[in-house]
Ligand binder design. Structure first.
Ligand SMILES: Nc1ncnc2c1ncn2[C@@H]1O[C@H](COP(=O)(O)OP(=O)(O)OP(=O)(O)O)[C@@H](O)[C@H]1O
Ligand SMILES: [Mg+2]
Length: 288
């Protein structure tokens, strides 16, 4: 008997502190998961458009973006637009096998307008969920790269998601941001019409054990605050992450060769831990 179609597991990657590594985690987890053969949809929920750039997406001038999708839903609230996110699907610029398995919903700076003009409108927070209805059935996982705040765009992502995933750096502000996300999910999930939303885990990124404060946080405060909810391994501060993101064109970590292999390996382990936690099972042999 064939199994009923199960839609993708949706994860909103968030922290209201900027620069903790949300976008790095989104694209590098996607790369690792793609090498295990999974199909990933990345939604760039940040008007900065960093995810699209790091995936080397070369957007055609007439490429529809997330902003267009949300605007259509705002303008035609009674229209039959469920699933219209497919209108904004775009290819990424990374080579095979990544481009076969990762699709992008890109954003430009005009995504900010959706916050400015539509936040607070009745039902606005559910528009991403509506746009994704049926649109992500062919994917295993949707990763939503949120902006560094808990405002309208992040709320839309949380309303559409099965899980939130926090990415923090080992500084008080980053830890506070992860705790704020945890509280926000607990307090707001019903208001976001998503009562089953939970935080699937906490990633600790940019760890520099030569710095006394970092060492203290990762050995004491962070395990005390998050315990088994941490998603391991923790990720060290490594130039390779920046090198991959800032090369021209941007590349996935394994494409850096030996320079990228340590971080790529850590991201593989993190991807396996995440897949297990969200019910995608044990990822084993890499399918290249
Ligand atoms: N483990 C790491 N080692 C070194 N550099 C890193 C690491 N993780 C991320 N970076 C770099 O840190 C900067 C911030 O990372 P990133 O853009 O992923 O954070 P972000 O949380 O998405 O930021 P924003 O809040 O602006 O969206 C980038 O230049 C990125 O390349
Ligand atoms: Mg980002």
């Amino acid at each position: 008997m064939t199994q009923p179609q199960r839609r993708a597991v949706r994860i909103a990657v968030a922290n209201n502190k900027g620069g903790t590594g949300k976008t790095s985690a989104t694209v590098n987890l996607a790369a690792a998961l793609a090498l295990y053969g999974l199909r990933i949809l990345i939604i760039d929920m940040d008007p900065q458009g960093n995810a699209g750039r790091r995936l080397a997406a070369d957007l055609a001038a007439d490429q529809a973006t997330l902003s267009d999708v949300l605007k259509a839903l705002a303008e035609q609230p009674d229209g039959d637009l469920a699933g219209c996110a497919t209108d904004a699907f775009a290819p990424i610029g990374w080579p095979t096998p990544y481009n076969d398995r990762i699709t992008l919903i890109p954003s430009r700076s005009d995504l900010e307008n959706r916050s400015l003009t539509e936040a607070g409108q009745l039902g606005a927070v559910q528009r991403l969920a509506t746009a994704l209805e049926g649109a992500d059935d062919d994917y295993d996982l949707v990763l939503i790269d949120c902006p560094p705040n808990l405002g309208h765009l992040t709320q839309m992502a949380l309303s559409a998601a099965d899980y939130a995933l926090a990415v923090m750096d080992p500084e008080l502000d980053g830890i506070e941001g992860a705790l704020a996300l945890r509280d926000f999910v607990a307090v707001s999930r019903r208001k976001l019409s998503n009562p089953n939303l939970s935080v699937v885990g906490y990633i600790v990124n940019r760890v520099d054990l030569r710095v006394g404060a970092d060492k203290y946080q990762v050995e004491n405060s962070i395990p005390e605050a998050f315990g088994d909810e941490l998603l391991l391994p923790m990720l060290p501060l490594r130039a390779a992450v920046k090198d991959a993101a800032d090369s021209s064109p941007p590349r996935p970590l394994p494409a850096l060769g030996s320079t990228g292999s340590e971080m790529a390996g850590l991201y593989n382990d993190l991807a396996k831990a995440l897949a297990l936690r969200v019910g995608l099972g044990t990822l084993s042999a890499e399918v290249v």
